[in-house]
Design a binder for this molecule. Structure first.
Ligand code: SF4
Length: 353
């Protein structure tokens, strides 16, 4: 039997796997602690496991790190974009964003994506494949280690995770759910608070409903348009899951206490940035516990869309603020290092640098 990547197991799955091999199931918790809490790579170094079991574990499992192909540093805002090369030569990206007192990490869940949103660089190459659970949690584990090794601002912890990188997280549901459990496990996993993990979706209604039952984690929805006509044009997923049904599913989503759903709205010049759009957006979100992230479009190669003028963005935001919404304008991080998600990997795959 080929060795299995240890980080593809949830703790319960590992316990069951060990039981089947007549190995005491408490070993699963010991291994998890070494892998996630102590950042240990070699089973040989897991010193509270018996010598025999350490040997056996090496025949059953591997515990690999991702290959970091490149780290780009933004001079403008201090963010770092990690380009990882996977074992099958696909590339994915994670972005580490320094905040006032912590780091936020934006992670990928698929190599490519099949949702085909018209403003998105990742969409251009289609879906290559889903990431494994190990590839998802490794982005966090490996970058935690990078922060430790770099001795970067020791007072800051990597405490916030957003599933907002390459791919539609809910299109890789099982691996994402397993990863969320490992990430938020306070005893044996990566110990990130559940309240600080956000899954961003283009709006896959059945999976939103499932997630509400399975994890009830904070949710962000990429909205970007206030009519079905425009949204279907920008985001083909809207043809399957139109706005009215999407908003109903979001109203019913069991949010953690005092939380709101984040609506991401990429502002694109002359497409969805008029005051009329802002008015319709205010009406559309009435009755939903909503906060709105306005994201000025980040121009990238191969896209005709443009970023609106600054005063258009400000007027749009002010209109919503005046109607009582929480509004944040989020400028893309690292626009000097190819901030458009998927830009670095697209360049890597096409040989551009
Ligand atoms: S915006 Fe997100 S869901 Fe849409 S194509 Fe890009 S990665 Fe996929």
């Amino acid at each position: 039997m080929p060795q299995q990547e240890i980080k593809n197991f949830s703790i319960t799955e590992l316990e069951n796997f060990l039981k089947e091999k007549n190995i005491a199931s408490f070993r699963a918790k010991q291994i998890f602690k070494w892998v996630y809490l102590k950042q240990t790579d070699s089973f040989e170094d897991m010193t509270d496991l018996s010598k025999d079991f350490r040997k056996e574990a090496q025949t059953l499992f591997v515990n690999k790190r991702l290959e970091i192909k490149k780290i780009s540093h933004s001079q403008k805002d201090g963010s770092k974009k990690f380009l990882f090369c996977l074992e099958d030569n696909n590339h994915i990206e994670s972005v580490l964003i320094p905040e006032k007192d912590h780091f936020t990490l934006c992670i990928s869940t698929q190599a490519g994506c099949r949702q085909n949103c018209k403003f998105c660089m990742t969409a251009k190459g289609g879906l290559k494949r889903n990431l494994s659970t190990s590839e998802i949690v490794s982005q966090i584990r490996d970058i935690q280690k990078y922060i430790l090794d770099q001795n970067e601002d020791e007072s800051k912890r990597l405490s916030n995770i957003v599933f907002m990188g390459m791919g539609e997280p809910l299109d890789n549901y099982d691996n994402v759910l397993r990863a969320i459990k490992i990430i938020t496990d306070q005893d044996f996993g990566l110990k990130i608070s559940r309240r600080r993990v956000t899954v961003s979706t283009s709006g896959l209604i059945p999976q939103i409903e499932r997630l509400g039952k399975d994890a009830a984690i904070a949710l962000a929805v990429s909205l970007n348009a206030v009519s079905d006509e425009l949204r279907s044009e920008l985001m083909p997923v809207n043809k399957r899951y139109p706005l009215k049904e999407l908003l109903l599913a979001l109203k019913n989503y069991p949010l953690p206490k005092r939380e709101k759903i984040t609506f991401e709205y990429i502002l694109i010049k002359n497409i969805n940035d008029s005051l009329e759009d802002a008015k319709k957006l205010a009406l559309l979100l009435k009755g939903v516990k909503a906060k709105i992230n306005l994201i000025p479009f980040n121009p990238h190669p191969g896209s005709d869309f443009k970023r609106p003028e600054k005063n258009t963005i400000e007027k749009f935001g002010k209109f919503l603020l005046d109607r009582g919404y929480t509004v944040i304008v989020r400028w893309s991080k690292g626009d000097d290092i190819g901030a458009a998600c998927g830009q670095l990997s697209a360049e890597e795959n096409s040989g551009e640098k």
